[in-house]
Design a protein around this ligand. Structure first.
Ligand SMILES: Nc1ncnc2c1ncn2[C@@H]1O[C@H](COP(=O)(O)OP(=O)(O)OP(=O)(O)O)[C@@H](O)[C@H]1O
Ligand SMILES: [Mg+2]
Length: 236
């Protein structure tokens, strides 16, 4: 079996005294793309925040193999090869170029320069508008910038919170297309989503309900389960 790049196990976490996660966990193997599927309020963002170190785990463990990183600060995890795209994604008051520099702040200057050139190749619309402010971009372009910014550090694992949020179906398919290129290159990804279109990218799926993992398996296995099928694909 392929080496694991991320393991989160038995995670309990919440806000104040309100517990949201009840022993949830996910794994992502090298070069694997994993979709964490869950409806509104299931706890997707909460689990991702624990994984990237923006929220403490009350119980459980996070490993960026081979290291246990449960108590590490986010920047240390980023230096270990983790990148995170939040639901917000970009700094509206910074230009495209500046956003990419922030994303790549922990890598060496010369490496960042060549990484940015490479990313501009993948995102030609951004290349044409390097000095445009993030806040002046359309929703779809802003999402592309969010992805490029997260990729600026040349991560081993890209963790994304609902890349489809606020996008029209056309932009959703553009986002899926660009992510599939990075998937082909062997980038490991963990994508929290409620949009089943992202299952096109999934080597493996976890479903999260009420702060617990209900299912782990392939897309075919998910589709074969009647009640899960109803829950995520509707009744049709
Ligand atoms: N900062 C917060 N303070 C208190 N409760 C919160 C906070 N953020 C989230 N919650 C609660 O935690 C639960 C899980 O929220 P979370 O944002 O993790 O879900 P989600 O699966 O990401 O949902 P969505 O699809 O809406 O983004 C919800 O009941 C939510 O109201
Ligand atoms: Mg969320």
């Amino acid at each position: 079996m392929a080496e694991t790049v991320l393991r989160a196990e038995g995670i309990e976490a919440g806000y104040g005294r309100v517990q949201v996660l009840w022993g949830a966990g996910v794994t992502v193997r090298a070069k694997e793309s994993v979709v964490l599927l869950g409806t509104n309020g299931a706890g997707k963002t909460t689990l991702l925040k624990v994984i990237v170190g923006l929220l403490p785990a009350w119980k459980g463990h996070v490993f960026l193999d081979p290291d246990e990183v449960t108590t590490w600060r986010t920047d240390r995890r980023v230096r270990r090869g983790l990148a995170y795209m939040s639901e917000i994604g970009v700094f509206p008051g910074l230009t495209i170029e500046e956003n990419l520099r922030v994303g790549g702040q922990f890598i060496e200057k010369s490496a960042l320069k060549s990484r940015m050139d490479e990313l501009y190749g993948y995102f030609p619309d951004l290349a044409e508008r390097r000095s445009t402010l993030g806040g002046a971009l359309s929703g779809g372009q802003r999402k592309m910038l969010g992805i490029a910014k997260a990729l600026a550090s040349s991560p081993k694992l890209l963790v994304m919170d609902e890349p489809s949020a606020g996008l029209s179906p056309l932009f959703v398919s553009q986002v899926i297309q660009v992510l599939s290129k990075f998937r082909e290159q062997g980038l490991a990804m963990l994508i929290a989503e409620q949009n089943v279109a992202f299952l096109d990218l999934a080597d493996r799926v976890f479903t999260l309900e009420g702060g617990r993992i209900r299912f782990e398996g392939s897309v075919a296995e998910l589709e074969a389960d009647d009640s899960l099928h109803k829950a995520y694909f509707g009744l049709s």
